[in-house]
Design a protein around this ligand. Structure first.
Ligand code: SF4
Length: 298
């Protein structure tokens, strides 16, 4: 299990004198405690209050401006985003016992399962697997999935009857349910429940947006400046494709993409080239249809 004490030891071991810390939402309440512990070790710290949903969102430029010698990124694992200052990733694992909920819900689960989780609950997968196999189920371990990358899970799709996600919230299991035809179950340690994930509403919203986009003539291509979300080639390909269909296309860059920032643009439709989940969970918050590049069908 992870702890602030262990985190401070890791920062100390890196010899850092001044750090910028990025905490996930659930740990912001402990930022004062963390600052006190770091300062007790002679390390000056800033805690970033900009929201941080993934390791795509490294605040290295801010760390540099604040003259920090280390960026401490808590709650997500390194997936290779380049940074202009050294980064300490501290994944933050939660410890819990899933056996009671599994036992209560055993009959809901089909025979062959693919086990997946967010990084924070990776340690629980071995316990889940052992318990289910002792109860006669067959488990295949796919490991970690991200909200934008469920490729590890899809590799075992043909071998399983369903997936079982272990972790908090709906974000990760919904991402998987939108990419597979197999049922996805979620074992939620916060709510202490096991339930089936239903992607139907989001699929219907996607189909409606696709249908509307076909009739649109002017498009805004939305790009985030978060370092792990910049995909220049993809952005230019989208522009090229739209223009080859006779559409007008304009590129806009910002940090967080929110509907309010787009209000004055007077365009018919948006193509989201940033985190794909912006156009899934938040689709109906935008006043115009918004699609991810892989949803363009004209
Ligand atoms: S792009 Fe989106 S889903 Fe992927 S890591 Fe970043 S915030 Fe998470």
């Amino acid at each position: 299990m992870s702890s602030l004490e262990e985190l401070v030891e890791k920062v100390k071991a890196r010899g850092a004198k001044r750090v910028l810390v990025q905490l996930p939402e659930g740990l912001i309440t402990r930022s004062r405690e963390l600052e006190e512990k770091l300062s007790g070790e002679g390390i000056q710290s800033y805690v970033s209050l900009d929201p941080c949903y993934g390791a795509c969102d490294l605040r290295d430029c801010e760390a540099k401006r604040l003259e920090c010698d280390l960026l401490v990124h808590v709650g997500h694992s390194d997936f290779g985003v380049k940074s202009s200052v050294p980064v300490l990733y501290y994944e933050w694992f939660f410890d819990w016992d899933p056996v009671r909920i599994l036992e209560k819900n055993l009959e809901k689960l089909p025979e062959k399962m693919g086990l997946v989780s967010s990084v924070n609950y990776l340690d629980s997968l071995a316990i889940v697997r052992e318990h289910l196999e002792n109860r006669g189920k067959t488990c295949f371990l796919a490991g970690q999935i991200l909200g934008c990358d469920v490729s590890e899970a899809l590799k075992i799709e043909k071998m399983v009857d369903c997936y079982l996600y272990v972790g908090s919230g709906a974000f990760h299991p919904l991402g998987l349910a939108l990419k597979t035809k197999k049922p996805v179950f979620s074992l939620n340690p916060d709510k202490q429940i096991l339930g089936k994930v239903d992607p139907d509403l989001f699929l219907r919203q996607r189909e409606a947006a696709k249908a509307l986009a076909g009739d649109c003539s002017s498009f805004g291509i939305l790009v985030s400046t978060k370092p792990g979300q910049i995909q220049t080639e993809k952005i230019l390909n989208v522009k090229k494709k739209l223009e080859s269909e006779g559409k007008k296309a304009f590129i806009f860059a910002m940090d967080c993409i929110t509907p309010e920032k787009l209000l004055g643009l007077n365009l018919d439709c948006y193509i989201n080239c940033a985190c794909p989940r912006i156009a899934i969970e938040n689709r109906t918050s935008f006043q115009k249809p918004i699609l991810n590049p892989d949803e363009i069908t004209f």
